[in-house]
Design a protein around this ligand. Structure first.
Ligand SMILES: NC(=O)c1ccc[n+]([C@@H]2O[C@H](COP(=O)([O-])OP(=O)(O)OC[C@H]3O[C@@H](n4cnc5c(N)ncnc54)[C@H](O)[C@@H]3O)[C@@H](O)[C@H]2O)c1
Length: 371
């Protein structure tokens, strides 16, 4: 890919959508503005209250629009971040693609798999650089797991378990939240699609593309989308794993647990969704050695330093690493990672799981592509 000639340093981002997660994007970009890497130059949202909240985080907001298309056409916006509800992503991404601007888009790409494929085709045809908001990949603990897989010193990965859980993230349960997440027509799915697509991405990143899944889902709280999904996942690499995800009724609880079994080591990792969370932990038990419990603060500082940032920086959002990687890729003319192809792979796991839950049989990922 040809390097994008950026009109300015730092990279000027237009935030399309100023809801809940846009506040994390704005905070990440506020920190990166201080670093001279990237900043919010404009925002768009039909809701003035959302704009007011994001402006309060950004600090020196130059422009705001009620219509996202005006933001996309704004010549002072170098790259567009799509942070609107999932059902609007297709049209907004198509508009960014026809403007020929670099794209940072939230996950999931779309509520249904055929629209996911359509979006991927649109982005590929336009040839725009595109990154997807799988910020969990940038967690120092997850990066350490990936290093172990790539280095190979622990032997080959054999099997894994992942458990995700989160308090029901919908307005019907949490005052002040938007309610679209509880509607299948708008969100496309629940705990698996909306939340654990992050874990599907992590599993594909660590263990390679998925061949086959078998899944069960439940609707315990009576919403239109699942609050429980349990999946067995078979990767082409031979690695097998389980993913259990729950939208729960336990306020203030939000955790990801990953256990990986290598040929000569067992790893237990726990993370949350902010940097430096009290839940974070990492334990490595190697054959013939005592279990090693890592100093996760030291690991976090080392990760900041490795990326060229101040290790003592009190950044609490992983979108910081995501946007830093995005800006760096654009400057160097590289494809941003995780990109649209990574998102399609994660969506394939989700789609195959939903199909399996419906049919009560295993679902092959290859069959999704041939439909
Ligand atoms: N990466 C993550 O961990 C993560 C976390 C939460 C949400 N998300 C994803 O981010 C997206 C947004 O989620 P949210 O929780 O912020 O939703 P939200 O409902 O809190 O906010 C969405 C905002 O977008 C605005 N909006 C609607 N149409 C718009 C348009 N055409 N142009 C501009 N703004 C528009 C709404 O007015 C609202 O303020 C969803 O796709 C969601 O799945 C990702």
């Amino acid at each position: 890919m040809v390097p994008i000639p950026l009109a300015s340093e730092p990279l000027r981002i237009g935030l399309l959508g100023c809801g809940q997660i846009a506040q994390a994007h704005a905070a990440a970009l506020r920190f990166l503005a201080d670093d001279g890497v990237a900043r919010v130059s404009a925002v768009a949202d039909p809701d003035p209250e959302g704009i007011r909240r994001v402006a309060g985080i950004v600090g020196d907001l130059e422009r705001s629009y009620s219509d996202g298309r005006e933001l996309i056409d704004d010549p002072t916006v170098d790259a567009v971040a799509v942070v609107a509800p999932t059902r609007f992503h297709r049209d907004l991404i198509a508009a960014v693609a026809s403007a020929g601007k670099p794209l940072f888009t939230e996950k999931p790409l779309a509520p249904d798999f055929s629209t996911v494929c359509e979006i991927a085709d649109t982005v590929r045809a336009a040839g725009i650089p595109a990154q997807v908001g799988f910020q969990s990949r940038f967690h120092p603990i997850v990066r350490q797991l990936q290093d172990w897989v790539v280095e190979g010193e622990l032997g080959a990965p054999m099997a894994y378990t992942i458990r995700d859980d989160q308090f029901w993230p919908t307005g019907a349960v949490v005052p002040g939240h938007s309610s679209w997440r509880a509607e299948r027509s708008q969100a496309g799915g629940g705990a698996l699609l909306e939340h654990s697509i992050h874990s599907c991405d992590i599993a594909c990143w660590l263990f390679g593309p998925v061949a086959r899944v078998f899944a069960s889902t439940r609707h315990v709280f009576g919403f239109d989308v699942e609050d429980v999904a349990a999946i067995t996942i078979e990767h082409h690499s031979g690695v097998v794993g389980n993913l259990v995800t729950v939208f729960n009724g336990v306020r203030d609880r939000e955790e990801r647990r990953i256990e990986v079994f290598f040929e000569r080591a067992a790893v237990e990792a726990t993370t949350d969704f902010i940097i430096g969370a009290p839940e974070d932990s990492l334990l490595l038990k190697q054959d013939g050695a005592p279990a090693e419990r890592f100093d996760v603060d030291a690991l976090r500082r080392a990760t900041f330093a490795a990326d060229g940032f101040d290790p003592n920086r009190e950044v609490f959002v992983y979108q910081y690493f995501g946007y830093a990687a995005f800006a760096s890729a654009l400057r160097r003319g590289l494809d941003p990672v995780p990109g649209i192809a990574d998102a399609v792979r994660a969506h394939e796991v989700v789609e195959a799981a939903y199909q399996s839950a419906r049919t009560k049989g295993a679902a092959n990922v290859a069959d999704l592509r041939s439909r």
